[in-house]
Design a protein around this ligand. Structure first.
Ligand code: ATP
Length: 200
């Protein structure tokens, strides 16, 4: 039986690392950062609707989406952000469903989605995995590994679902406050539990 696993966590929490480790074990990973780019490629219905709603200023000269321009519009305006999400989220969901349908019938399919909770997509998953770490550790990694300023990192964290919101819907909390070696061991144990719950 195919097992649909939702994987999420805050910015820089270690989601990509966890999904890579699960892929190494045999999971089929659906990467929502990639899907979010794919659905707004030139010629896509979503990009046409975005240009209709936000104007040609959000398109670059080569016809691709000018992400910084769009970002500056929606960052400051919650209604504009909702309009954007109403265009992109259904397209992302459809593409994710297509990718899942292409996976083997007994696959563990990991939906690596930073906005799993914000999109309400956790309800459609068989199992929800949340990568968790204290905000202080998250901040330190964003500053040291991503070169963000502390205030930038705090603003990015504050714009997402909270640690508590994610924990409330988690079937498995993956603690990533320790070393990467510890994370490898934790994900090994997680894989064993997931394959017991369904999948290959
Ligand atoms: P984003 O939200 O930006 O997509 P993410 O949640 O996918 O990030 P990763 O890219 O997996 O997070 O990890 C963020 C950074 O933290 C990477 O540089 C990664 O190598 C590092 N990292 C992950 N886990 C640990 C750990 N346990 N100890 C130290 N560094 C770690």
């Amino acid at each position: 039986m195919r097992l649909r696993v939702g994987l999420t966590g805050g910015i820089g929490s270690g989601k990509s690392t966890v999904s890579r480790l699960l892929a190494d074990r045999g999971a089929v990973v659906v990467d929502y950062d990639l899907l979010a780019r794919e659905v707004v490629e030139p010629g896509s219905p979503a990009l046409t609707r975005i240009a209709e709603r936000f104007g040609a200023d959000v398109l670059a000269a080569d016809g691709t989406l000018d992400r910084p321009a769009l970002g500056s519009v929606v960052f400051a305006d919650a209604a504009a952000r909702r309009d954007l999400e109403a265009i992109t989220h259904p397209a992302i969901r459809d593409l994710a469903a297509l990718r899942e349908a292409q996976a083997p019938a007994d696959a563990v399919v990991v939906h690596d989605n930073p906005l799993l909770v914000e999109m309400g997509a956790h309800v459609a998953c068989d199992v929800v995995v949340v990568v968790d770490l204290p905000v202080e550790v998250q901040l330190r990694r964003l500053v040291e590994l991503r070169g963000m300023t502390e205030s930038e990192a705090r603003a990015r964290i504050a714009a997402q679902a909270s640690r508590d919101d994610r924990a409330a819907v988690a079937d498995h909390l993956v603690d990533n406050s320790g070393s990467e070696a510890e994370l490898v061991a934790t994900v090994g144990g997680l894989w064993d539990r997931l394959t017991l719950e369904g999948g290959s």
